[in-house]
Design a protein around this ligand. Structure first.
Ligand code: SF4
Ligand code: F3S
Length: 366
């Protein structure tokens, strides 16, 4: 961990001073650090360590590549309210290349990317959004005269670490759905062997990007990941086990038709095709738009957007899953009791994360 940021350009202004200039108060900064500790499943006491790491961090360089994408992950990161978590991340880092938000265009923009790769080899973070087409020598996605696969190999191959954001970059996503006309693949398939973390989702939750970067700044490493390269803090547990409608599932209370009495009462969406029982992600806890809501809270089932090949494997989206692992309405009362206790514990953790993200402190709980 020590020395990981050695070699980054010196900056006389600390990241926190930069945040202050953007109107972020010390209180807001500490709230942010507490929220990040919660998302990373760390004890609240780690907020101080996170704050210290951010305050001391030299501005690491970040380049954000967009290939076959809709820019939805960029939008998810930037669509926040004051003080924005997105702004905080962007101020902690030196974002030297991002097609959607950068000022330079054309050759000047491409020079910015080349400068980072040439001058900071092995010291920058690459973020990739979108899938990479391999068919016909990759002609279906070219930027500045270079194919996506050429750019990805060069930029990700020379990065300290690469973070693939969104389901297109992590699994191929919509472009890779049958019949996959461009031969779209994930970053992992396109550039094997690199240091890579996958943050799938359509789009990814901004808090999970932020928490990954904060983990990197605090501990000098990417967070622990599962066999699909997804950080365990965000993808370690099923949506179904943290869902606010889970008690209705266990009680056999299901929505049978959109707009029926069960739907109006917030019952379980399993019969309407919810894929929460087979999907691993922390949506019920971190939600979207700074903890405002998430698909199931809004009344629609999860469509499994963080799972590999979800466009093909999870559709039809409104067809009920054939078999759900775990307890169901057919189970015994004892099992339901144990299940409810486990779900209640999971709910407490999710509640802690949601309140931390919304910036609601202990004093507001009184
Ligand atoms: Fe929630 Fe869906 Fe599971 Fe029902 S099936 S409890 S709506 S995740
Ligand atoms: Fe995606 Fe399901 Fe979350 S559809 S956004 S993983 S609730």
């Amino acid at each position: 961990m020590k020395g990981i940021f050695e070699g980054f350009p010196e900056d006389s202004v600390s990241p926190f001073e930069r945040l202050q200039k953007r109107g972020v108060s010390r209180r807001d900064f500490m709230k942010f650090c507490t929220a990040m500790a919660a998302v990373l499943a760390l004890p609240e006491t780690f907020a101080g360590k996170i704050a210290e790491a951010i305050e001391k961090a030299k501005k690491p360089s970040l380049v954000w590549l967009e290939f076959q994408d809709c820019a939805g992950n960029t939008e998810a990161l930037l669509r926040a309210t004051k003080p924005t978590i997105g702004e905080i991340v962007l101020d902690i880092l030196s974002v030297d290349y991002h097609e959607t938000i950068m000022a330079p265009a054309g050759k000047q923009a491409e020079k910015s990317l080349d400068d980072v790769v040439n001058n900071q080899k092995g010291k920058y973070i690459a973020v990739v959004e979108g899938s990479i087409p391999l068919k016909d020598n990759g002609v279906y996605c070219c930027i500045g005269g270079r194919s996506a696969i050429e750019i990805a190999k060069r930029v990700c191959g020379n990065a300290m670490a690469t973070i693939a954001v969104g389901t297109c970059a992590t699994y191929g996503g919509l472009p890779a759905a049958k019949p996959n006309p461009t031969g779209a693949v994930s970053v992992k398939e396109a550039v094997p062997g690199i240091t890579l973390l996958n943050l799938p989702g359509c789009p990814v939750n901004a808090e999970n990007i932020t928490a990954t970067v904060v983990h990197f700044l605090t501990f000098g490493s990417l967070p622990a990941a599962d066999s699909l390269g997804r950080p365990l803090f965000a993808y370690g547990e099923r949506i179904h086990d943290h869902c606010e409608r889970r008690a209705h599932y266990d009680a056999g209370q299901f929505v049978r038709q959109w707009g029926d009495e069960g739907h109006r009462k917030g019952w379980c969406l399993y019969e309407m095709g919810c894929k929460g029982p087979e999907t691993f992600k922390n949506c019920p806890a971190v939600k979207y738009n700074e903890g405002t809501s998430w698909p199931v809270q809004a009344g629609h089932g999860c469509i499994g957007c963080s799972q590999p090949n979800f466009w093909d494997d999870m559709s039809p989206f409104y067809r009920r899953l054939p078999k759900v692992p775990g307890f169901g309405i057919e189970t015994t009362a004892d099992k339901i009791g144990a299940g409810v206790a486990a779900v209640a514990a999971a709910g407490v953790a999710a509640h802690r994360i949601a309140r931390a993200i919304q910036g609601k402190g202990k004093e507001e709980d009184k």
